[in-house]
Design a protein around this ligand. Structure first.
Ligand code: PNS
Length: 167
């Protein structure tokens, strides 16, 4: 993509516990739409994640290595404050199905109210991944189901270690 006078910096925020092929599909689409894409993990002390923020960042970095304009980071507090800190003008979020819409609309409108200059852009996940969520992946692997093709191979290994072997 030709360089623009003002590079477009976009944020793709989320929990990514862990990253799935659905997330990766969105990163692939998003990276083509902006000059710099920051995949940002929320440091949420309230949630009990399967993987620590550092582990999630490590897994993300492994799988986005091929994208020169994608960076992995984490943030605390309000997303719009983090966007300002990073000079990001766009928030990317994926919509898998109509059930995602209400939650996403609420967040997008709250973020717009907090910071009108930051625009939320929704990308449609590929239909091949539209049923995947980190929550379901964790449930299926814990119950002995096959998750290959739904998460990157390196993430599958880590999931097996954590969920099945307690490593
Ligand atoms: O992957 P998730 O859990 O759906 O991601 C949710 C996330 C991290 C995008 C959202 O919880 C968030 O932005 N939290 C930061 C706090 C904030 O800015 N809240 C006000 C706007 S909703």
């Amino acid at each position: 993509m030709a360089a623009r006078p003002n590079p477009v910096i976009a944020l793709y925020p989320g929990s990514f516990d862990p990253i799935t092929n659905g997330h990766l599909d969105l990163i692939d689409r998003g990276a083509k739409l902006c000059d710099h894409l920051i995949v940002a993990i929320l440091r949420n002390e309230e949630k009990q994640p399967l993987f620590s923020v550092e582990e999630r960042m490590e897994m993300l970095r492994e799988v986005v290595r091929a994208y020169p304009n994608v960076e992995v980071d984490s943030f605390n507090g309000l997303l719009v404050d983090y966007a300002k800190q990073k000079n990001a003008t766009t928030i990317l979020r994926g919509i898998r199905a109509i059930s995602d819409y209400e939650y996403e609309l609420q967040m997008a409108l709250m973020n717009r109210r907090l910071c009108p200059s930051v625009e939320t852009v929704f990308l449609m996940a590929s239909e091949a991944y539209s049923f995947i969520s980190s929550r379901l992946i964790k449930q299926v692997i814990a119950l002995g189901g096959n998750i290959s093709g739904l998460v990157p191979p390196s993430v599958e290994v880590r999931l097996r270690d954590r969920v099945l072997n307690g490593v």
